[in-house]
Design a protein around this ligand. Structure first.
Ligand code: AMP
Length: 467
């Protein structure tokens, strides 16, 4: 009987592996978020990926696109209806209430970093598992909060090498939003003949979504449509003016965007997005946020105003790559090369000794010939290679080769760590280290220079081809 052909397993649609070559970018983002969140006084919180489905039903809003189409929900083995979290704010608010954080000095400032799940139609820049960093400030209604969220988010983008612009709007309170929805529905009813069947349905159920539409016909109609800023209640208007005053004072570039409404039900007053400067239409917003003053109460806590921001990490990394940002990468300071089994044992020991002294060594313990090992050292661009060949093994010495000028020195094996430390500290003092606020490769690539050098100095050849 013919053998059944089995296909190798594949990624699910819309999912993606973060491969080794991507990690320098991802680490750059993680480090920037962690460092800057700390600077702005945020503490980390991580909530589970799986939550009771009711959490999202109660917070995000039944008629939103996420709840209607994108939830990964199922009944688990205990018979509970559970969901993979589609966003972070609802979970953080649950955690705030559940752990009595309202008894802490307010506001409580929290940040998180992790994967979220939305069953979206896969397309460029849209994934079904997406990573976000999120910032939440719970327990204050001060307009300065939104401004600090914007400053922190923009600082993250700046450290990641991107220039960004703020899009901002205000939704007002519940009453002003309801009044605006009525005005918007009345406007589109007079143009009903120009709407598709689907758009009429949206007009009836979730009219604010028309503002997000990319349909050119709707875009044209919207130029005459009423704007939400004209329906704001007085308190929300004053709040919004204050937010804009701070932004002006700090010279943060922003665009007043009357079409910006954000997708979720819990937002009120200020909403904003951050776009990269070259993204004129917000096709791939880096992140978005706003105020959600009613959410804590809606989820069973006492009334507590709050605001937050969430930034997409895949989008950010894609943008960094597109813009030619070079993230700092891990560079070994020495390379260990050995010839033969007894030398390998000595090198294993030396690797451990170097590691405990904080020296980053790269090695090729699985290789036997010296030639491929030295080629690897060349490729890595290490400043020094340590070699134990047959002669060194016999003399209980080690050869230290300066990869830049080809000069080699023989030192006793038991002095190797001290000798390497001396040399490496010289290299570190001369190299550029990444600093918050700057993007620079932390070391110059030496590979090209090394290609011209003979592999080993003439006066000593530790048996390259003598295996
Ligand atoms: P949202 O929670 O929808 O406001 O999204 C905040 C940010 O997360 C967006 O601005 C995007 O950068 C990112 N994002 C949202 N959905 C996706 C997705 N399906 N794939 C990749 N990134 C996403």
């Amino acid at each position: 009987m013919a053998k059944e052909v089995t296909q190798p397993p594949q990624l699910l649609r819309g999912m993606k592996d973060i491969q080794p070559a991507d990690w320098p970018y991802w680490h750059r983002v993680f480090d920037a978020v962690r460092d800057l969140a700390g600077v702005y006084g945020f503490e980390r919180v991580e909530t589970p990926i799986l939550e009771a489905s009711s959490l999202f039903n109660r917070s995000i809003g039944q008629d939103t696109e996420i709840m209607e189409k994108q939830m990964y929900s199922f009944v688990d083995k205990s018979g509970d209806s559970v969901s993979l979290r589609p966003e972070g704010t609802a979970s953080v608010v649950r955690s705030y209430i559940e752990h009595g954080m309202l008894n802490l000095p307010q506001p409580v400032k929290l940040y998180y970093l992790g994967p979220f799940f939305r069953h979206e139609r896969p397309q460029a820049g849209r994934y079904r598992q997406l990573w976000q960093f999120g910032l939440e400030v719970i327990g204050t209604d001060q307009p300065v909060t939104e401004v600090q969220l914007i400053l922190l988010a923009r600082a993250v983008y700046q450290v990641c090498g991107l220039d960004s612009r703020v899009q901002i709007n205000s939704l007002g309170d519940k009453a002003s939003r309801t009044a605006y929805i009525k005005a918007l529905q009345a406007f589109f009813r007079t143009r009903k003949s120009e709407l598709t069947e689907e758009q009429r349905e949206v007009l009836l159920k979730t009219p604010l979504r028309l503002l997000d539409s990319k349909d050119p016909k709707i875009l044209e109609l919207l130029t005459d449509a009423p704007q939400i800023v004209d329906h704001l209640d007085d308190a929300s208007r004053q709040h919004f003016v204050k937010v804009l005053e701070y932004l002006d004072e700090l010279e943060v570039p922003y665009v007043l965007n009357p079409r910006l409404v954000r997708g979720l039900d819990y937002y009120n007053r200020t909403v904003f997005e951050i776009w990269s400067v070259d993204d004129e239409l917000g096709q791939s917003a880096l992140g978005g946020g706003g105020r959600y003053d009613g959410l804590v109460e809606q989820l069973g806590g006492r009334p507590t105003p709050a605001a937050g921001f969430a930034g997409g990490i895949e989008r950010l990394v894609n943008k960094m790559k597109e813009s030619g940002v070079v993230p700092p990468v891990w560079h070994p300071e020495v390379f260990l090369a050995q010839l033969g089994e007894p030398a390998r044992k000595k090198m294993l020991k030396l690797f451990e000794a170097l590691r405990s002294e904080g020296i980053r060594a790269s090695e090729s313990m699985t290789k036997d010939g010296l030639k491929p090992q030295l080629e690897m050292a060349n490729k890595l661009g290490v400043p020094y290679t340590l070699i134990i060949g047959q002669k060194e093994l016999m003399d209980d010495t080690i050869l230290i080769r300066d990869m830049e000028n080809g000069i080699q020195e023989i030192v006793p094996y038991d002095k190797a760590v001290a000798e390497v430390k001396k040399r490496v500290s010289r290299v570190q003092a001369n190299s550029i280290r990444p600093v918050i606020g700057q993007i620079k490769p932390d070391r110059v690539d030496l590979t090209d220079k090394l290609e011209d050098l003979p592999l080993l100095a003439k006066d000593h050849d530790p048996d390259i081809d003598n295996e």
